[in-house]
Design a protein. Structure first.
Length: 233
């Protein structure tokens, strides 16, 4: 697998965290889980009563992306990141990839916080960040020209589509509508990829991360010169 280093580091960090969580004593593991998780109740007066205190009220906007509700939850996110994060990472530096992904994750956490203000249920997982990566990929993967049969299109050098072009592209909009309906359906029907009673899909966070990725990716996407056709064989 020709996966960019940035994606491998992100995947490795999430797997390492899940391994640590799996070997910790139950009580310790729960404390770590709640310390890292995004819990809306922290911001309505319960921060001092929860693991991590006021420090976690700041850090959990990022740390919640490292923790998952179980191996199945992690596996789904890893596969999703390999599919979309790989294409995005190849167009930018490692620092830009992590900055962009974290920003999308924070946007997802803020969306969840606003819509679930005061709730005690924890939210974990990198889904919001990956949703932002998927949105970013939609701004170029559907606009790449096809190559010879069996050859993957050049996603690195294809120009980034404007938001207007995205909204006018039937294939892109069809994918977006399908993805939105799927998220809302799973969220409203309490479908879960985790192992606990409060591990339902945080579909609002996915949409927040997606919208962030769609809108801000242009500020992170690297300007790359088109390949020299005369040098291609």
């Amino acid at each position: 697998m020709n996966v960019p280093r940035a994606v491998m580091l992100a995947v490795g960090a999430m797997i390492a965290m899940q391994l640590v969580m799996s070997v910790l004593p139950v009580d310790t593991g729960l404390t770590v889980f709640l310390t890292f998780a995004m819990i809306p109740a922290r911001y309505s007066g319960a921060a001092s009563e929860l693991p991590g205190g006021y420090l976690s009220a700041v850090t959990s906007f990022v740390t919640y992306m490292l923790v998952h509700g179980g191996w199945l939850h992690l596996a789904v996110n890893v596969l999703w990141m390999l599919a979309f994060g790989t294409a995005v990472a190849r167009r930018m530096s490692m620092a830009s990839f992590f900055s962009f992904s974290i920003l999308c994750g924070i946007a997802g956490a803020l969306t969840h916080l606003v819509l679930h203000w005061g709730e005690m249920s924890p939210m974990v997982g990198a889904s919001a960040a990956i949703s932002g990566q998927m949105a970013a990929a939609l701004r170029f993967i559907f606009f790449a020209r096809g190559g010879p049969p069996g050859q993957v299109p050049d996603f690195v050098h294809v120009p980034l589509a404007s938001l207007t072009e995205v909204l006018r592209n039937g294939r892109v909009m069809g994918f977006i509508v399908f993805w939105l309906v799927l998220n809302v359906y799973f969220g409203m029907n309490a479908v879960s990829f985790g192992s606990g009673p409060d591990s339902e899909i945080a579909w609002e966070a996915h949409i927040g991360g997606f919208l962030c990725g769609l809108l801000v990716f242009g500020f992170f996407d690297a300007d790359r010169p088109a390949p020299d056709v005369s040098q291609l064989r």
